[in-house]
Write a protein that binds this ligand. Structure first.
Ligand SMILES: [Zn+2]
Ligand SMILES: [Zn+2]
Length: 378
């Protein structure tokens, strides 16, 4: 994250903090000519420059990518290494970055034109890309597609992201302040072999923990309070990918944040993995059942999870579902164009879903488009 913070500081936050929280002029002057005694300590307490702008020294976050800071980096009451500034900056970046997934270009067909005004990037970007080019719009006719579903998915995501970001900041802050095992050059890391191995290690580690966290979220004592909002969507759209109760979304993201405190992780690999995670989360909700893989927990597996609740808790692989006895092979019909969106398959899905939902949730309080339409027709 320090690389990301440096980029944002250079192009945006330096100027913002220098404008909103300028260092008093005297401090700035002192920074230019610090009064020190010959032995290098400050001559008297009164002359000690406040530990703001004056103490900050630029050190690039990475030797591969760095930006020489301009004058704005030195003239704020909150210098770049102030813990308060870092916390606020990380909060804004996390919130913005999360939202970016969904936000940039809400589709014109969206039922909520107002949400197009907000300029927040990755969620909106990925989900919108997926919605426009991958997502099968026939889903809208599924008997279990909800009234105003996309609008509700986006609203749930927008509501959760600022809260999730608050809980995520402490991890990023510790990491930016150098408490994690993140490394820059290969010489600082375990070696060339690890530059490759860290990817499968990260996936294996997080896959294991997310499986158990997700499974725990389905425990009857927790489910209704925390995880039910994400299961409102029986036939999710790409916008459901981040539509969680904030604590649910956060709980499932903890393994990603804990990893670099236990294992070494290259800084850019981390950024790449974070982007991958978010794209993956959108992909398993887009209803495009690319491959009928026995190993990968793809969109078909996750569709099974949204339809039938207590199966396929996995994130990346089916390994823990198989070992934990919760694996359910996606219906064959999903992989054939003719049958995937067929009335017969949908009817079968709806009947089984209703039966399981009754067991898991009791009364079903969802409002389905088809129900509303049939009531109107009567
Ligand atoms: Zn679930
Ligand atoms: Zn889901």
């Amino acid at each position: 994250m320090d690389v990301v913070v440096e980029v944002f500081d250079t192009f945006f936050f330096d100027r913002l903090y220098a404008t909103l929280l300028p260092a008093p002029y005297a401090q700035y002057a002192q920074y230019a000519t610090p009064k020190t005694t010959p032995n290098g300590t400050y001559s008297s307490m009164r002359e000690v420059p406040t530990p703001y702008a004056s103490t900050y020294q630029y050190r690039p976050a990475s030797e591969y990518l760095s930006f020489q800071p301009g004058e704005y980096a030195y003239i704020s009451r909150w210098p770049r290494d102030s813990v308060f500034r870092q916390a606020v900056t990380l909060y804004l970046i996390t919130w913005y970055a999360l939202s970016l997934y969904t936000h940039l270009t809400i589709p014109r067909t969206s039922t909520n034109p107002r949400s197009r005004i907000f300029g927040l990037v990755i969620y909106f970007f990925c989900a919108t890309f997926s919605y426009l080019f991958i997502f099968d719009k026939a889903t809208f006719n599924h008997p279990k597609y909800l009234k105003n579903q996309m609008r509700m998915e986006i609203a749930q995501s927008m509501h959760s992201m600022p809260i999730m970001a608050i809980f995520t900041v402490p991890f990023f802050l510790l990491e930016v302040r150098g408490y994690s095992r993140m490394y820059d050059s290969t010489a600082e890391g375990p070696g060339m072999w690890y530059n490759i191995l860290q990817f499968p290690l990260f996936i294996t580690f997080t896959d294991f923990f997310i499986y158990w966290i997700h499974r725990a979220l389905h425990h009857p004592l927790i489910y209704k309070r925390l995880h039910k909002p994400h299961h409102k969507w029986i036939m999710p759209t790409p916008y459901a990918s981040h539509a969680f109760h904030p604590l649910d979304g956060y709980a499932q993201s903890v393994p990603y944040h804990v990893f670099p405190f236990i294992f070494p992780l290259q800084k850019f690999a981390y950024i790449a993995l974070f982007t991958f995670i978010n794209v993956w989360t959108v992909m398993i909700h887009d209803g495009e059942y690319v491959a009928d893989s026995p190993i990968i927990n793809g969109a078909a597996c996750h569709t099974m999870h949204h339809l039938y609740f207590n199966y396929n808790y996995g994130q990346f692989t089916t390994l823990w579902d198989r070992l934990g006895g919760s694996y359910r092979k996606p219906n064959e019909e999903l992989f054939r164009r003719e049958t995937k969106m067929g009335k017969e398959e949908w009817g079968k899905q709806a009947r089984e879903m209703e039966r399981i939902a009754k067991e898991v949730e009791g009364e079903d309080d969802r409002v389905y488009v088809k129900e509303v339409e049939s009531k109107k027709a009567r």
